[in-house]
Design a protein. Structure first.
Length: 426
């Protein structure tokens, strides 16, 4: 190719790129509504596509972000012209409320009374349009090949036979996983809850970057099972005959919230879209398509759940819990697997001497204890250190604490392994 041809090709590409850059704002300006959501594309697309078929609708643009990047985007103010936010993460809406970014709720229809105990955001700022529960998705063919029973509880996921056969997401990457972890800690207590989570962590083949990655991994046969929000599992179940799902006992109830941004210039259209979501047509689409939420006229799942999340605990340790999970589990998978494999071997085969039993008990304690007490996790001072993570990614003090926690749990697991190596066997 000659220099003349190279220059011509370069100029053509430059002009085309300029046209694309100019076209992008135009598309945004032509949209009557910009929605920011933490959901994946499939469930929201089903709603938007059906809305576009309704009389009087207008173009809707959707921006997809995980909750933390979404929070950073919204904190940029004028650079993020968002009209509406849709998510099932109560901590996300709590942060938006604290930043005074939400407009008052203008819809006249209040949420159902039976959903109120599970509603985790102020009713005058966000409106539930459906709800979900948490359960275990599993691949029947995979479990059959691996000679594994269907796991039905959190405790079952911690059993040693599931080592390498599970997948879950992280609270820092998934608001629904955050609620799963919080529910375990609140129902079992801080110490026993983390002990269970670390045992489950030792069985994980990987930690998914997104919650819908768990249902995809199970459907593809990468793992046999994993905890997930019901809408992703039910969508996979509808597509694949070998995929199934059941709710966990006392599942977490997660309303899907719709809120309008205070700075939105399209609040009237935002209300119109909400009217559509709450209409019989919208509720049908919410429940019957890939959105797969439970509609507001179906209270059975919510009424059958006794567990109600403690709001002060949830909000008080929000960012701390997310960071702690990654240091204790996400970044420790190989050590967790090795340590708990050694513990299970010792429980089966070591000599039952007093010295051995004491060493094993200490190894289990080291492999089950996080480097933070519950009181410390709820400390306002510690919360303040991590609360800026939603607005900025660099924070020297939080980075120092994060590294210290990771180093401490790594040291604990190494100590546990050392103790296991000193045990006597027949």
């Amino acid at each position: 190719m000659t220099q003349k041809h190279i220059l011509s090709t370069f100029m053509t590409g430059l002009l085309l790129g300029s046209c694309l850059l100019l076209a992008a704002p135009a598309r945004a300006e032509n949209s009557c509504l910009v929605i920011l959501t933490s959901f994946s594309e499939s469930p929201i697309k089903a709603l938007v596509d059906d809305y576009h078929r309704q009389p009087g609708s207008c173009p809707v643009r959707v921006i997809y972000r995980r909750t933390l990047p979404a929070l950073r985007l919204l904190s940029q103010g004028g650079r993020a012209p968002i009209d509406v936010v849709i998510s099932s993460s109560p901590t996300f809406f709590h942060a938006l409320e604290r930043m005074d970014l939400l407009a008052p709720r203008v819809h006249s229809t209040p949420p159902p009374d039976w959903l109120s105990p599970h509603a985790l955001v102020l009713s005058d700022k966000a409106t539930p349009v459906g709800y979900s529960g948490i359960g275990i998705i599993y691949n029947r063919d995979y479990l059959k090949r691996a000679h594994l029973k269907v796991p039905r509880t959190w405790q079952a996921l911690a059993e040693p036979e599931y080592r390498g056969h599970l997948m879950m997401s992280s609270p820092s990457q998934s608001g629904t996983t955050h609620m799963m972890v919080e529910s375990i800690l609140q129902q079992l207590g801080w110490q026993q809850g983390w002990a269970l989570l670390m045992k489950i962590g030792s069985n994980l083949a990987s930690v998914s970057a997104r919650s819908f990655g768990v249902s995809e991994g199970v459907a593809r046969g990468l793992v046999g099972a994993g905890p997930v929000i019901d809408n992703y599992a039910l969508t996979s179940k509808a597509r694949f005959s070998y995929v199934d799902f059941h709710y966990l006992p006392d599942t977490v109830i997660l309303p899907t919230y719709y809120a309008v941004m205070k700075a939105s210039p399209h609040q009237k259209m935002a209300t119109t879209f909400l009217d559509y979501l709450l209409s019989p047509r919208g509720q049908h689409i919410i429940s019957k398509t890939s959105t797969a939420k439970t509609p507001l006229d179906s209270p059975t799942l919510a009424k059958g759940t006794r567990f109600v999340t403690d709001k002060p605990q949830l909000y008080g340790r929000n960012q701390v819990l997310k960071v702690l999970f990654d240091q204790v589990i996400t970044h420790q998978l190989p050590r967790l697997r090795q340590t708990w494999q050694g513990i299970y071997l010792a429980q089966r085969e070591m000599k039952q001497t007093t010295a051995n039993q004491a060493k094993l008990a200490e190894a289990i304690r080291l492999a089950s204890t996080v480097p933070l007490t519950e009181a410390q996790a709820l400390s306002p001072e510690l919360a303040h250190v991590f609360e800026e993570m939603g607005q900025r990614s660099d924070n020297p003090e939080s980075e120092r604490l994060t590294q210290a926690w990771r180093a401490q749990i790594a040291s604990q697991l190494e100590q546990a392994l050392t103790l296991l190596q000193t045990l006597e066997y027949p």
